[in-house]
Design a protein. Structure first.
Length: 392
């Protein structure tokens, strides 16, 4: 099957590129992917698959049933775009102002559609069922994965795989890891209520800017002094708003940030210490505050057997020297919810190419992918499905 399957996947290149560029030109934001859904639905119905719409008409699930009993293997693609004005200048640039596929989801859709097409050709020798999940709203909490699970589309699934085209990894390379791969991604906000006054008379005021500054510094002690040095965690303040003029002491400050961790214990530890740090800092300065914490996606934790299986499959696709056991990163992904329910693995497929100017980071207005990665992603998902032994 090796060389034959590789050639088949390479023959899909033009089709994959066409699909990817269509989706790139017509991006839709999280929970509003209705036209995208209709396009995917139409392609899947042409193949003759059993197709089901996700709640609200955003998202599609389709089943390919083999001729013999076997496991149900799910392949997942996310379908939403981001609120970003595209600056690539490509001929396939977004036709919608302020909306862009700046994270590779257009490529994910093309790859999984290609897998549906290709695997349909193997229907008469396929054991079990392949479930193709086109999930809405990966970019926006609470995330579309929870909708897929709540709608029952993960019921009966024995294994699940997902990939992410990654501009930080050169095209032709593959990365994954057993265990924690990506971090939990929580959001918090703090409002500090001080007492305003004249900048020249600070003794009569409670300076919200100064207190906020202390809080930002104090919170970093959580990572350096409360977290095990052998573990990873992040407390980042991404937004601070306070004050109205250079000579007025601000009476209020608003801060927003994120907490990242690779396991639930550290996640909860950081959350608890952050709340205490806010309380003690504000109490020390004699001010009141409001604190809000929103749990985001949990950490992506790959199952050992499935991560190993994916890496062995990748060696056939990318070559042994191009398969890397990666270090975890602190970005988040709602694929984590699937892995809490079903054995599986997530991975990165290299899509960066510095020579072509395709090395901008994800969520950047000039983000783009090397489309040579599409057929490699197709072969990876198709091969791991066809060669899966189905042992539980």
């Amino acid at each position: 099957m090796g060389d034959k399957l590789k050639k088949e996947c390479q023959s899909y290149r033009d089709k994959l590129v066409a699909w990817r560029r269509y989706f790139h030109q017509y991006p839709e934001l999280s929970f509003f992917e209705r036209k995208t859904t209709k396009k995917i639905e139409a392609i899947l119905k042409e193949i003759g698959l059993d197709v089901y719409l996700v709640r609200g008409g955003v998202g599609v699930v389709a089943d390919l049933k083999g001729v013999a009993p076997g496991p149900t293997i799910a392949l997942r693609a996310d379908i939403d775009a981001l609120p970003i004005e595209e600056e690539t200048g490509k001929e396939y640039t977004s036709k919608y102002s302020g909306v862009m596929h700046a994270c590779g989801h257009d490529g994910h859709m093309a790859i999984v559609l290609g897998a549906a097409h290709l695997l349909s050709k193997y229907k008469n020798s396929l054991k079990g069922t392949v479930r193709f999940i086109f999930q809405p709203a990966e970019e926006k909490a609470p995330g579309g994965a929870r909708i897929i699970i709540d709608e029952g589309f993960l019921d009966g699934v024995d294994y699940i795989y997902g990939l992410h085209l990654w501009s930080g990894v050169p095209v032709g390379k593959f990365q994954t890891v057993s265990g924690p791969m990506m971090a939990s991604s929580d959001k918090f906000s703090v409002k500090i209520f001080g007492k305003g006054g004249h900048a020249a008379i600070p003794q009569d005021s409670l300076d919200a800017v100064l207190i906020a500054s202390n809080l930002v510094i104090n919170a970093q002690h959580i990572i350096s002094r409360k977290l095990d040095p052998l573990q990873s965690g992040v407390v980042t303040f991404g937004k601070i708003q306070a004050g109205s003029n250079f000579n007025i002491i601000a009476d209020k400050a608003e801060l927003e940030g994120t907490v990242r961790a690779l396991n639930e214990n550290d996640r909860n530890l950081i959350k608890n210490w952050l709340e205490q740090t806010i309380e003690y800092t504000c109490r020390m300065h004699g001010v009141t505050y409001q604190f809000n914490y929103e749990d985001g996606y949990p950490a992506v934790i790959n199952h050992e057997m499935e991560a190993s299986r994916l890496m062995k499959t990748a060696e056939k696709v990318f070559g042994e020297n191009n398969v890397v056991t990666m270090q975890p990163i602190m970005a988040g992904e709602d694929f984590s919810y699937y892995l809490q329910k079903v054995p599986g693995s997530f991975c990165f497929v290299g899509a960066g190419n510095k020579e072509k100017g395709m090395n901008y980071p994800h969520h950047h207005p000039k983000f783009d992918i090397d489309e040579e990665a599409l057929s490699l992603g197709l072969e990876l998902l198709s091969r791991v499905t066809l060669e899966h032994p189905g042992d539980m």
